[in-house]
Design a protein around this ligand. Structure first.
Ligand code: SF4
Length: 243
């Protein structure tokens, strides 16, 4: 199957984007790439809010995929509504086949404790795979320094989502640090999920997120005590392009 972008073009883009503002990388995804079906994906954390702001300035009403697992904090859901209204983005809630109640009936209570891989597969990986099938390109808010698993993230990669289906992933925030994001949000008067104020550094599902303790990596509060760093959606079928 022919990939959507050639290896040569990926190398050029990734080299050039090292010195670009994330806004210009978002602009390339939405306007310069020639890819038709482009959507953002966000959990409405700090970086995602910045990317949504940049994208909404370029394409008003831009689409955003939100994985509505059924296990989010109330604060996150309220923040999502507030940001969606403020920026005018079109949020699509992506859900799996189970509600928390039907999941408990099928697999037992607290699947996120007994088998978090299965829980993420049911509530995140499978539904996101289904949503990505309809796209040519998705834009995330990955930062390289947010966890060891993200240290080598390319700005643009192209990979086989599944046999016969190629997709492009764009990480405009790859080279920014948290302080860059916070400065951007402040400059543009954009609010944060209030959970940051009480010590959360990375905010996902409530049962699998806790505050960060002094000296910890940004994502150590996610699946604390487990060797799990990622839910798996960023790794669906991925072969990162070598920059
Ligand atoms: S992050 Fe936790 S609650 Fe959310 S889908 Fe994964 S295991 Fe389940």
């Amino acid at each position: 199957m022919k990939p959507l972008l050639s290896e040569e073009l990926l190398r050029e883009l990734n080299a050039g984007f090292e010195t670009e503002h994330p806004r210009e990388i978002v602009r390339w995804a939405l306007e310069g790439s020639g890819l038709e079906r482009v959507s953002l994906a966000s959990a409405f954390q700090a970086e995602g809010t910045a990317v949504m702001h940049m994208a909404s300035q370029i394409r008003p009403g831009v689409g955003v995929l939100f994985l509505d697992t059924g296990f989010h904090f109330e604060e996150t859901l309220a923040h999502k509504e507030r940001i969606a209204e403020l920026l005018g983005v079109s949020v699509a809630d992506v859900r799996g086949e189970h509600t928390p109640a039907s999941q408990a009936a099928a697999f037992g209570e607290r699947l996120y404790e007994s088998d978090p891989e299965k829980c993420c597969d049911v509530n995140k990986v499978k539904p996101m795979l289904e949503a990505l099938r309809a796209l040519d390109c998705w834009v995330t808010a990955y930062r390289r320094d947010s966890s060891p698993t993200r240290a080598n993230a390319a700005f643009v990669s192209c990979y086989e989502l599944e046999p016969g289906k190629s997709i492009v992933k764009v990480n405009p925030m790859a080279a920014w640090r948290r302080e860059d994001t916070l400065r951007y949000l402040e400059e543009h008067g954009l609010p944060l999920n209030p959970l940051y104020e009480i010590g959360y550094a990375s905010i996902g599902c409530a049962p699998c997120s806790r505050v960060r303790f002094h000296g910890e990596n940004e994502r150590e509060g996610r699946w604390a005590g487990l060797s799990k760093w990622e839910c798996g959606i960023q790794q669906i079928g991925e072969r990162e392009a070598k920059a």
